[in-house]
Design a protein around this ligand. Structure first.
Ligand SMILES: Nc1ncnc2c1ncn2[C@@H]1O[C@H](COP(=O)(O)OP(=O)(O)OP(=O)(O)O)[C@@H](O)[C@H]1O
Ligand code: SF4
Ligand SMILES: [Mg+2]
Length: 347
């Protein structure tokens, strides 16, 4: 049984456990450090949100998991333990990205919904053929009739009207919202246990966004999928996930159950992020942008990564040393000198 407060499942190993993952990219102009020791875990059937401003490494973290990092990017440290359907524990960081095993996991056990569905579909094949291909790859025993039945069933499940007909459309013939639904159907075709949704609705207009998010939520619940929802939109996270990781400059700076993060944020960055979203309950809808810009990943600041923008610094220690992770209450942890003994010594 899963603990309702932490993201621990008693007696069972997590589905995915990422520990101190570091990625660096070599560029002609120097080294870029998009992930600098990121750690997070996802339990079976759990919905987890990864939030942070643009450039903090959200997409890089999911691409590292799927081993689809850009050219000249390398994992320099850390592990990504994944528990497979068969029950083995595999460190995805140690697999060859092109190996058969990794290809089975990518798109099979772990599926991804991209921000832009056009990139997921080939323009020269029908939606039917592409979803059927996913079914065939992961269930070679399914004959053509069975594949067709499952394609139609999946399209129906994700709310595509008249799925028998629409299945034979090309992706460009579908509206934006329908295309996104078809991509969700394709992501589910292989029967994954972990679904990664990277900004799944930002390319859609607002009315369609809410419906697509509801669909992802329904699928996650009905199929007992683990969901890793990546977004810079804290409003979306509040409704969709039970546990949140807040990222800044390629690290997790705060993590906790969704209520703790929203009602009792501890890290100055989380608090600033929350102030920057419109508060529906308050009369003032004014946004408070976070002062300053996210430093570039090729010029990381010393000490606490947020110190160049933090309005609550406790002293020189903030720019000299990296704050350790401190657990404040069960399942709620933060990396900030405001909560450590060291800051008191620093005086
Ligand atoms: N191919 C690349 N070469 C060099 N640097 C890159 C590359 N791709 C991403 N980066 C850098 O890595 C860092 C993390 O990027 P990433 O795309 O993971 O951010 P993100 O949190 O997903 O942002 P967004 O919310 O805009 O999608 C950024 O500083 C980005 O500039
Ligand atoms: S460690 Fe210091 S600079 Fe970093 S968030 Fe905490 S108070 Fe701000
Ligand atoms: Mg991104």
């Amino acid at each position: 049984m899963r603990d309702p407060v932490t993201n621990e499942r008693h007696g069972a190993e997590p589905l995915l456990e990422v520990l101190d993952l570091r990625v660096r990219i070599e560029r002609d102009t120097g080294l870029v450090h998009p992930l600098n020791g990121v750690s997070f875990r996802i339990q079976e059937g759990q919905s987890v949100g990864i939030v942070g401003e643009s450039g903090c490494g959200k997409t890089m973290a999911s691409n590292a998991l799927l081993r689809i990092l850009p050219r000249r990017a390398e994992i320099t440290h850390g592990s990504m333990q994944f528990r497979t359907q068969a029950g083995d524990r595999i460190d995805l960081a140690q697999l060859d990205p092109m190996s058969r095993r990794m290809r089975q996991i990518r798109g099979g056990e772990i599926s991804m919904i991209f921000q832009e569905p056009m990139t997921a579909f080939s323009p020269v094949h029908t939606v039917h053929d592409q979803i059927a291909e996913m079914i065939r790859l992961h269930d070679p025993g399914a004959d053509k009739e069975e594949q067709h039945r499952r394609v139609v069933e999946l399209l129906d499940q994700v709310g595509i009207p008249d799925p028998e007909q629409r299945a034979f459309d090309y992706s460009f013939q579908l509206s934006g919202g329908m295309r996104q639904r078809a991509m969700i159907a394709m992501a589910l075709a292989s029967g994954p246990r972990l679904l990664i949704a990277d900004e799944p609705t930002t390319a859609l207009d607002v009315t369609v966004q809410a419906r697509v998010l509801k669909l992802i939520e329904r699928m996650q619940r009905e199929l007992n999928l683990a969901l890793m929802l990546i977004t810079h939109d804290l409003g979306v996270v509040a409704h969709m996930v039970s546990y949140v990781y807040v990222m800044y400059l390629g690290r997790v700076v705060e993590e906790g159950p969704v209520e703790a993060i929203f009602d009792n944020p501890k890290h100055p960055y989380t608090a600033a992020l929350l102030r920057s979203i419109p508060n529906l309950a308050s009369k003032s809808r004014r946004l408070e942008p976070i002062e300053g810009n996210v430093p570039s990943a090729d010029r990381l600041p010393t000490g606490c990564p947020f110190h160049t923008r933090c309005t609550e610094k406790v002293g020189d220690i903030c720019q000299q040393r990296m704050p350790a992770r401190v657990e404040l209450s069960v399942g709620h942890a933060v990396s900030c000198f405001r909560y450590t003994e060291e800051s008191l010594d620093d005086g």
